[in-house]
Ligand binder design. Structure first.
Ligand SMILES: Nc1ncnc2c1ncn2[C@@H]1O[C@H](COP(=O)(O)OP(=O)(O)OP(=O)(O)O)[C@@H](O)[C@H]1O
Ligand SMILES: [Mg+2]
Length: 256
């Protein structure tokens, strides 16, 4: 018997009204998948294929047009309050508040949850330290590099001790060396803290470095390919997976 999934999509469809009135636009098309506790799932797909729309549905920011999305058994859109503190989000651009220091940015989520102020400061400092930012607590975002700002966003996401971490291309604006360090750091923190994570990317190498499982989306969002990876997956097999993914993505290009 398997435990209930942390995230379950059943035939989720999302349509948007076209601004020019030419009917509806399908962004997500009868998408079904399950993500189990402790998994890190990388979602890979080309620009415009509906990754962020799927992400917004998981985060409760958008409601499906049809089908059912459940996160820990609840409806993320209709029960938005239930999810306070349960989902940590890292966006592509760091979305730090420029008028708050690194520490105050990390504190934000804890303050929203009414954490005891002394405890909150201790927790926020602890997370900044874990991400190598001791000594930068009082720096404002403009004084930090892009990589450091993304570290602050990761600290902010983990600080509330959420069950689920959602990342929407958080490292795509960073140089490859910095991105690789942060990916490794992120995976380590997810595992150490026994979290479940969904990580969106459009880079094959990033998806394969991060994911226990890689889902490749077609446009509109539905699963075109899926694979599992582990430390035991050998070089030859990884190369094969990479080729398969490239083929799946290029078939889509040819038919787009
Ligand atoms: N609020 C909205 N209203 C209308 N159309 C939308 C809306 N949000 C997304 N779309 C459309 O849905 C499609 C999927 O968008 P989405 O942002 O989910 O793609 P994505 O896979 O995240 O792309 P990227 O890799 O560029 O971030 C796009 O064609 C987009 O224009
Ligand atoms: Mg997106």
């Amino acid at each position: 018997m398997t435990a209930d999934p942390v995230i379950r999509f059943t035939d989720v469809t999302k349509t948007f009204r076209r601004p020019d009135g030419r009917g509806d636009f399908v962004a997500v098309d009868k998408l079904s998948f399950e993500i189990a506790k402790g998994e890190i799932v990388a979602v890979l797909g080309k620009t415009g294929c509906g990754k962020s729309t799927m992400f917004n549905i998981v985060a409760g920011l958008t409601e499906p047009s049809e089908g059912e999305a459940r996160v820990v058994g609840h409806d993320p859109f209709r029960e938005f309050d239930f999810f306070r503190g349960k989902i940590g989000i890292v966006f592509q651009n760091d979305r730090l508040m420029p008028w708050r220091t690194a520490l105050d940015n990390v504190l934000l989520g804890l303050q929203v949850l009414d954490t005891d102020p002394k405890q909150a400061v201790e927790t926020a400092r602890g997370w900044l330290a874990r991400l190598g930012l001791s000594g930068h607590e009082n720096d404002y975002p403009h004084a930090l590099s892009g990589g450091m700002r993304q570290r602050v966003s990761i600290a902010r996401a983990f600080a509330v001790n959420p069950e689920i971490l959602l990342c929407d291309e958080p490292f795509s604006a960073l140089d490859e060396m910095t991105a690789r360090d942060l990916r490794a750091e992120f995976v380590r923190l997810v595992r150490q803290n026994n979290k479940t994570a969904v990580f969106i990317t459009h880079q094959i190498n990033e998806a394969m470095e991060i994911g226990d499982r890689v889902l490749v989306f077609h446009r509109p969002a539905r699963i075109a390919y899926e694979t599992r990876l582990s430390a035991a997956t050998g070089e030859a097999e990884r190369r094969k997976v990479q080729e398969d993914i490239m083929r799946v993505l290029s078939v889509e290009q040819a038919t787009a």
